[in-house]
Design a protein around this ligand. Structure first.
Ligand SMILES: NC(=O)c1ccc[n+]([C@@H]2O[C@H](COP(=O)([O-])OP(=O)(O)OC[C@H]3O[C@@H](n4cnc5c(N)ncnc54)[C@H](OP(=O)(O)O)[C@@H]3O)[C@@H](O)[C@H]2O)c1
Length: 272
């Protein structure tokens, strides 16, 4: 089985690429930085440069991969992504665009380029790494929240449009997973949020403390929890629309169904 994964430099993408290869899959592991590509190649992976924000790079790399697998790409795992922290009123339009370029527009573009080949083969799995924040909302995470909600909407639409084509659309919804996610979020926070001129200055002290901590928060699982869901999404005869990973994801999925929006808000504010 031929599998293309985005965002394999660290975290979930790195773990899944290595593990899938070990389990016998033909993996195309992609990273946006050449130094990471070389590192993965040294580790024996088929690695390519792919920046999901760069249309030319997407096209060039995809044509190399399609040539290598003779146009039989079975699985695309849209994994690359990051979280831009900050209150909605402190996130500029350009910063929000950047968030959507990586988390939504890039995967959208890549998916559309791959779909004709999957349709032609009568088989394909397009799997998205969404989040618990793709269906519940937390304060000071508006940019990330809205990008993951957008992914969820995109997938729910595509699932209907692709019915009967042989191509399945699957969402994985992890809660906290051990990775470089927080470190990268801290970088984006420092780059893009003007703390001192914000009315949320005091809350940001808590945000910084959380992002700077090297300790995993409660209920955090290792990358292999996502790998377990990914394997199910790849191998099930009839994959589910959603695979929820971690206790908080299951809990909030349930609470969202039974509580009023305002009551859920109160719990989420406390949890944040
Ligand atoms: N960790 C969690 O708690 C958690 C929970 C729910 C969902 N997720 C989702 O899981 C996915 C993977 O995140 P992670 O937890 O493994 O964090 P991570 O360790 O920070 O990995 C993120 C990956 O995305 C890559 N990336 C960022 N921008 C990119 C771009 N423009 N083009 C290509 N690659 C790009 C990063 O590359 P660089 O190294 O070059 O930046 C890195 O390889 C993300 O979509 C995230 O939203 C994570």
């Amino acid at each position: 089985m031929n599998i293309l994964i985005t965002g394999c430099s660290t975290g979930i993408g790195y773990f899944c690429a290595k593990q899938l290869k070990q389990d016998g899959y033909n993996v195309y592991a992609t990273c946006r930085d050449m130094k990471d590509v070389k590192k993965l190649q040294k580790e024996g992976l088929k690695a390519y440069k792919l920046d999901v924000c760069d249309s030319n790079n997407i096209k060039e790399t995809l044509s190399l991969i399609l040539e290598d697998c003779e146009e039989k790409l079975d699985v695309l795992f849209n994994n690359a992504g990051y979280g831009q922290p900050g209150a909605v009123e402190d996130v500029s339009k350009s910063v929000l665009k950047e968030q959507f370029e990586t988390n939504v527009f890039g995967p959208w573009e890549l998916t559309n380029l791959i779909l004709p080949y999957m349709r032609n083969n009568g088989f394909g799995r397009i799997i998205y790494n969404s989040s618990v924040l793709g269906f519940i909302s937390m304060a000071y995470r508006g940019a990330y929240n809205s990008s993951k909600y957008a992914l969820e909407g995109l997938c729910d639409t595509m699932r209907q449009e692709l019915l009967g084509s042989g191509v399945d659309i699957v969402l994985i919804e992890p809660g906290p997973i051990h990775s470089n996610f927080r470190k990268n979020a801290l970088k984006k926070f420092n780059e893009n949020i003007d703390v001192n001129s914000s009315v949320h200055k005091d809350v940001y002290k808590k945000t910084l403390k959380r992002l700077e901590s090297s300790e995993d928060g409660p209920f955090t699982l290792k990358e292999e929890a996502v790998y377990f869901a990914l394997k199910k999404a790849i191998n099930s005869k009839k994959p589910k629309a959603r695979y929820r990973v971690t206790f908080p994801t299951h809990l909030f999925w349930f609470l969202k169904r039974i509580l009023s929006t305002k009551l859920l808000d109160k719990i989420l504010i406390k949890a944040g």
